[in-house]
Design a binder for this molecule. Structure first.
Ligand code: TXA
Ligand code: MG
Length: 321
């Protein structure tokens, strides 16, 4: 059930979590499917609901810096620098875990991913629980991430009792994931904080080579984040392939083709990359709900948040190659 934003509903959601159940809640990036991060049985319910392969570790969401010290060892001062610039916000830090973090959260990894979200409802919910909340994006495994409560209802409505409504997620793509080791900062997933922003704070950020056979982040799988309707890049289809099809289009600013679309969406008509990121999953959900046979998408410039957007688009189109 979708519940509107008020104190009582947040309190009910907190009770549900402390009772060992799962709740969907808004964050500024995408909606999360949360459980008590220190209760392994509760966390197992997340995997069950998402039908997610169990090798994928989860992010623990916290509401204060003090909570971080209970969960991880901090062996590099860069951690403090990153936190002071980007928390609360769309940055997830992967750090050596302490004993208290259950193995099911980290999928047996010696490290754990932690993030302090900025969304007031996420913050209030974590505070009310007074526990870290383990949460992946609230979508079925491999499908589009949700940026509204309705999106969650569409994919997981029969599996979760409470969906807290916090409106449309402002950032619209998942958090940037960074692993900080004793002497290095590794970028594991492009997201809401751009590589340029990270480099302003940490002079050297290394991009981790991805072994797609053994990913430790599903965002590192080569196919992911896909709509249920085939999606292709515009420059990769032939007109012949499109004959007789109802076509949906996703453009950055304007329709640059003469194709006869049944429906089109624009990421940002003013050409603002931040607005484009915020609209990305939202428009893909809209297109998915139309009666169309194929979605044609225009690539965006791989600069700033455009890198995270293209990462999602490439993975979604890979499913239909
Ligand atoms: O913006 C976000 O990060 C959203 C909101 C809900 O916070 N969450 C999210 O969670 O995107 P999820 O589970 O869809 O993606 C989390 C990523 C996964 O790719 C996971 O494999 C990676 O974080 N991850 C978690 N723990 C890790 C670890 N110890 N080492 C490497 N990657 C890790
Ligand atoms: Mg996800």
């Amino acid at each position: 059930m979708i519940l509107k934003n008020n104190k009582e509903n947040i309190a009910s959601a907190a009770t549900e979590i402390l009772d060992g159940n799962i709740v969907a809640f808004p964050t500024e990036t995408v909606y999360g499917l949360g459980a008590d991060g220190l209760n392994p049985t509760a966390v197992a319910k997340i995997f069950e609901a998402k039908q997610r392969p169990s090798f994928n570790p989860l992010i623990l969401h916290i509401s204060s810096r003090d909570q971080l010290k209970d969960l991880v060892h901090i062996e590099n001062d860069k951690v403090y620098k990153l936190i002071s610039h980007f928390w609360p916000g769309p940055l997830t830090l992967v750090l050596p875990k302490k004993e208290i973090v259950p193995d099911i959260v980290t999928a047996g990894n010696p490290t754990v991913a932690v993030r302090m979200p900025q969304h007031p409802i996420a913050k209030a919910l974590i505070e009310a629980c007074n526990k870290p909340i383990a949460a992946p994006s609230a979508n079925q495994f491999g499908l589009l991430s949700p940026t509204t409560a309705e999106h969650v209802k569409k994919q997981l409505g029969d599996k979760v009792n409470i969906i807290l409504d916090g409106g449309k997620s402002e950032v619209g793509v998942e958090s940037t994931i960074v692993e900080v080791t004793k002497d290095k900062v590794w970028l594991l997933r492009h997201g809401g904080i751009s590589l340029e922003q990270l480099k302003e704070v940490c002079d050297s950020v290394k991009i981790k080579e991805i072994d797609s056979n053994k990913p430790n982040a599903p965002g590192q799988l080569l196919q992911h984040y896909a709509p249920m309707i085939p999606m292709k890049f515009i420059h990769e289809v032939s007109l012949k392939e499109l004959e007789g099809k109802r076509i949906g289009g996703l453009f950055f600013k304007k329709n640059t083709t003469e194709i006869d679309f049944a429906h089109v969406e624009f990421l940002s008509q003013t050409g603002d990359m931040r607005e484009a990121a915020a609209n990305l999953f939202f428009h893909l959900h809209e297109l998915e709900a139309k009666k169309i046979d194929v979605i044609l998408v225009e690539p965006v410039e791989e600069k700033g948040l455009g890198i995270a957007i293209m990462d999602r688009l490439v993975k979604a189109t890979n499913r239909y190659r």
